[in-house]
Design a protein around this ligand. Sequence first.
Ligand SMILES: [Zn+2]
Length: 243
Amino acid sequence: MFCSRRDFTRNALLTAAVSPVLLSESLAAGSGMHTVKRGDTLSGLAQRYGTTVSALKRSNNLRSDLIQVGQKLIIPAQAAANFDPLRTVRAETARINVRRSNWQAIIAHHSAIKKGNAESYGRTHRKRGMQNGLAYHFVIGNGIDSGDGQIEVGPRWTKQLQGGHVKNHQLNLIAIGICLVGNFEIERPTRKQLQSFTLLVDWLQGSVLRRKVRFAGHREIKGEQTVCPGKYFPLSTMHRRFG
Ligand SMILES: [Zn+2]
């Protein structure tokens, strides 16, 4: 996260007040959950999750094709199993010219709060005076306000803008910021979040940038006073993989 220590404490307190993941407990094993965002349609979601509109309607007892922002939809187990977290990222990236030589680092963050998604963090960051909104390039959901392991692409990636995720301005210019939703000082990232994180960094280095770039957890950067991405984020495992 990019915010101050005071924010961190406040966020930690807020998180403590939120009850555990009730929603996921009500899901059948292997299935997934999607929270409807502005612009989502059943056909779009069916395509994204490799399922059909009728299967989505069946698993959610929907009588019409209308869905509402904020509505939680159960993604059928088979579709959840087929879900390719990179599908959207690949499609969005195919439409842009990536400034390959510009990006020289990838930095991992946690959001330090249990809930949220790219849109809600973007709103918060804008309110805090960041004119480009969402400080990170990518946000990986935990199943509460976006899918578990869903990779959301932020406008700073689609517009190839500098990040706002670290204090160091020079580093913001050249570092891709990836944020996992959750407070990993008090809980672990989900298995799917870590899977998607690994897929994303592998894909960025292997297919997009076509080279290994520096990898770091936010707190490892000199001068950044933060515990981000939290003690439960497996930084050493990631360093073994990404250097
Ligand atoms: Zn951070």
